[in-house]
Design a protein around this ligand. Sequence first.
Ligand SMILES: [Fe+2]
Length: 275
Amino acid sequence: MINLEKQSGLPIQMRDDYGLVFEKGLPPVTPNVREFSAMRNYLKDASSTFWTKPVYYMYRNIAKTEDREAIDKSGIQYDITVVLPGKMGDEFSKTIGHYHSFEPGTQVRYPEVYEVLYGRAIFVIQSATPDLEQLQEAYAVRMERGEKVLVPPGFGHVLVNATDDVVITANWQPSKNVSDYSSYEKHNGAAYYVVESERLGHAGKTSTEFKFIPNLNYKQLPKLIEVRPRELPQYELRSALPSYFSGVRDLSKLDFLVHPSKYLDELIPDKLFVT
Ligand SMILES: [Fe+2]
């Protein structure tokens, strides 16, 4: 069992079979399961060996009973994603990736906040023209446990588990968001794939690392910029504090998720990432 209570702020544990256990009266949520069979069009190698186990679990819209009304009223939801370790061909386990829908009446896509509850994660994020045909920018955000990343408006995102252990993330996103997977499906994944790379370490020992491989299904590829997430105290997003806690303590701090058009100057990569 992995106890996620300290990291998430919610009484949740993960069993050895990767299922989450909701404790102390926290209303349980049935996960959506992403099976390998639904991932083929999103992979570098569509013919890679079939996984009999699921690839990831999505637990949507979790809340303590006493927080439910306020969270619903603020128009956002808190989800947890569990990404199993493993490889598909030489590519590491990942989510299929999507862009978000637009804030109504604007040309601004909804942003999202992710937090690593367990393990180490890489987010490959990319922006595109409004029709999603032409890529503009691409970043790989490396994240450690406790860290938060704000995925800026207009950026699609893939969560990659390039480790041999499970990765568990939490996220806040607008409840009205509708995810658009089509561009990722059409191009067989994100702008860059994360694949295994053997490195010769000390005393001739090899260690498994990762590297980024460009996805040539995109006509024009922006250069990949490797970054780390900034602490964002203006939104109460600090690595020391579970985002569930800070979110429910003052939901107005997460207003940028629902009304990103009001915060456009702030929600740009330069202000969110460190190179
Ligand atoms: Fe998302």
